[in-house]
Design a protein around this ligand. Structure first.
Ligand code: APR
Length: 179
């Protein structure tokens, strides 16, 4: 399984699934959440509203992940996850690791071969990009190393890419990855 790091706009990625740094309401927001909803079109919000009316009446918990179709996005699916909000005192790295792990498990369950992640929690939610990168790579490596050991937790996953929006965040992710 390959890990790629690149600068760009995650809404343009043609991977099987892109991960959305959502909030628990699943009803949209700013940042990458806003960009994904804008690019996916109104059907995405409708799909999220349906999730709130059915499976997730209380919203999506921090660290959990759920998939919807990608609608007008090039990606087939959007995997929504809710990162910990440092500004609200959510400082436990295990919550952030859960976002990456649960998103990968949802992707594997869909049969996705490629997944794109943004820097979850590194924007509005106030986490340091370096810590996000460290948590992200640890979570991806531990999940995929267990899957290469014969487990099925990695599924058909071949590529996990990190799509960073700014030069600075891209440089931080590359430095952590190469460390
Ligand atoms: N493609 C890739 N990365 C992006 C994009 C994009 N189009 N737009 C923003 N980013 C980057 C930000 O620069 C940041 O590095 O995604 C990272 C995560 O930032 P946020 O989108 O602010 O996400 P987060 O910090 O997890 O906060 C989530 O913000 O937008 C609201 O509804 C969302 O309440 C939730 C909160």
């Amino acid at each position: 399984m390959r890990i790629d790091i690149m600068q760009g706009d995650i809404t343009t990625r043609g991977t099987d699934a892109i991960v959305n740094a959502a909030n628990s309401s699943l009803l949209g927001g700013g940042g990458v959440d806003g960009a994904i909803h804008r690019a996916a079109g109104p059907e995405l919000l409708e799909a999220c509203r349906t999730l709130r009316r059915t499976e997730l009446p209380g919203g999506l918990p921090v660290g959990a992940a759920v998939a919807t179709p990608g609608f007008r996005l090039p990606a087939r699916w959007v995997i929504h996850t809710v990162g910990p909000n440092r500004r609200a005192g959510q400082r436990d790295p295990a919550l952030l690791a859960s976002c990456f792990r649960e998103s990968l498990l949802v992707a594997a369950g869909l049969g996705a071969r490629s997944v794109s992640f943004p820097a979850i929690s590194a924007g509005v939610y106030g986490w340091d990009a370096r810590q996000v990168a460290e948590v992200a790579f640890d979570a991806v490596r531990s999940l995929t190393s267990s899957s290469s050991g014969g487990g099925d937790s990695g599924g058909a996953l071949e590529v996990v890419e990190f799509v960073l929006f700014s030069d600075e965040t891209t440089a931080v992710f590359r430095a952590v990855f190469d460390a």
